[in-house]
Design a protein around this ligand. Structure first.
Ligand code: COA
Length: 372
């Protein structure tokens, strides 16, 4: 074992959402709801949904390939794959193992993390821990969900909120001028598990005709309780993680908050006295709540839209079923060269035609796979 704790940073990021979308008019057509209510009360305008039967590992794969291409890391170089999800392909084997096979990675470690909307930060912290121990050097962390597989599309308080998608990052030991993952806080309050849960499908209520008949395989939530606790806990975590690292909230350039409801983001930013327009990034209008994928999708798009720049200090905050809540502090280390869209389009085309493998460390090829 090597106990040298080296700097760890995100060196590649990728995302994927399925092509099919459901906009608010779709729900107006069969539920007692309206575009106005959904937009005003949640901020969601549309969400991406898979074709029925598409496994989570397909979404994970698409996002992972893009993150790997940006980092210049080949799948066979990976030492560990972690997938955060509540909608795995199957209970076992883990989606991470299936993803490993799909990517053609070697016999690296692979497992799923179940911490709902906080899963991505939980997974990042575990990955970092393994790297700090010297056990692994290159890690793929994915947040991926097919929420449409566990949503009751007749429950208007739930179905308008969620969408499918995946985001992935590659972690490597790199010099500090390429960014740093600085700190994590991971917390849970299991006493309140049943304000957001899926009743059946596990050992407590194994799948049966009865559980299916009673609609026990879909998300149940006391939305308003979740809403209030989400604001309280994420605001507290933001203060705690800045303070314990000798920073103030004014030192933070970007806050990416779990995209559950735009009013939750507003509540957190206002509790922190931070300007929502300049210091947060939000894409809930386009994707809805994608649970474990929400944070990597948010960070990806903030970066793509040039709102997150190299050297920026960023906090990410999550809250979800468990209840789980988490925060991470990082300095972003990837230069955004996405403005050169012609070069990117050319390279994308070349990859699709020739399946080019980008060699490690070739700077000019770092952003070829971004969705632009
Ligand atoms: N269209 C119209 N009305 C709706 C509706 C919809 N899609 N969904 C709920 N309503 C109704 C409710 O039935 C309720 O009606 P009532 O007063 O007649 O009973 C009313 O709107 C207000 O419901 P309430 O739950 O008090 O509203 P809210 O302000 O808390 O908003 C959520 C509801 C679900 C949008 C909000 O609580 C929320 O976003 N919670 C967190 C959700 C989440 O993402 N959780 C996942 C992990 S973080």
């Amino acid at each position: 074992m090597n106990n040298n704790i080296q700097n760890v940073s995100i060196t590649g990021i990728g995302m994927y959402v399925p092509e099919k979308t459901l906009d608010n008019a779709h729900f107006e057509s069969y539920l007692d709801t309206s575009d106005e209510w959904i937009t005003k009360r949640t901020g969601v305008k549309t969400r991406h949904i898979v074709e029925k039967g598409t496994p989570n590992s397909d979404l994970s794969y698409e996002a992972a390939v893009k993150a790997l291409e940006m980092s210049g890391v080949a799948p066979e170089e990976l030492d560990l794959i972690i997938v955060a999800t509540v909608t795995p392909d199957r209970l076992f084997p883990s989606t991470a193992c299936t993803l490993q096979a799909k990517l053609g990675a070697g016999d690296c470690g692979a497992f799923d993390v179940l911490a709902a909307c906080s899963g991505f930060i939980y997974a990042l912290s575990i990955a970092h821990g393994q790297m700090a121990l010297g056990n692994v050097k290159k890690v793929l962390v994915v947040g991926s969900e097919v929420m449409s597989s566990i949503i009751d599309y007749n429950d208007r308080g739930i179905c308008v909120l969620f969408g499918d998608g995946a985001g992935a990052v590659v972690l490597e030991n790199v010099p500090e001028d390429r960014g740093s993952l600085v700190d994590y806080i991971i917390r849970a309050d299991g006493r309140q598990g049943e304000i957001l849960y899926m009743p059946a499908g596990g050992s407590l209520n194994p799948t049966s005709f009865e559980t299916v008949k009673k609609n026990m395989h879909t998300v149940k939530m006391e939305g308003n309780k979740v809403f209030k606790l989400a604001i309280k806990h994420m605001a507290e975590l933001a203060r705690e993680i800045t303070q314990r690292n000798g920073l103030t909230l004014d030192d933070i350039d970007m806050v990416c908050i779990h995209q559950a409801n735009i009013r939750i983001v507003k509540g957190v930013m206002s509790a922190l006295h931070l300007d929502m327009a300049t210091k947060s990034y939000n894409n809930i209008d386009r994707y809805g709540n994608t649970t474990a994928a929400s944070i990597p999708l948010c960070v990806h798009d903030a970066f793509k839209d040039n709102r997150l720049k190299k050297g920026d200090k960023m906090i990410i905050l999550t809250f979800g079923a468990g209840l789980t809540y988490a925060a991470a502090l990082m300095e972003w280390g990837i230069e955004n060269t996405l403005q050169d869209s012609t070069a990117i389009a050319d390279t994308k085309e070349a990859i699709e035609e020739q399946k080019i493998t980008v060699p490690a460390g070739v700077n000019g090829k770092k952003n070829i796979s971004m969705d632009i």
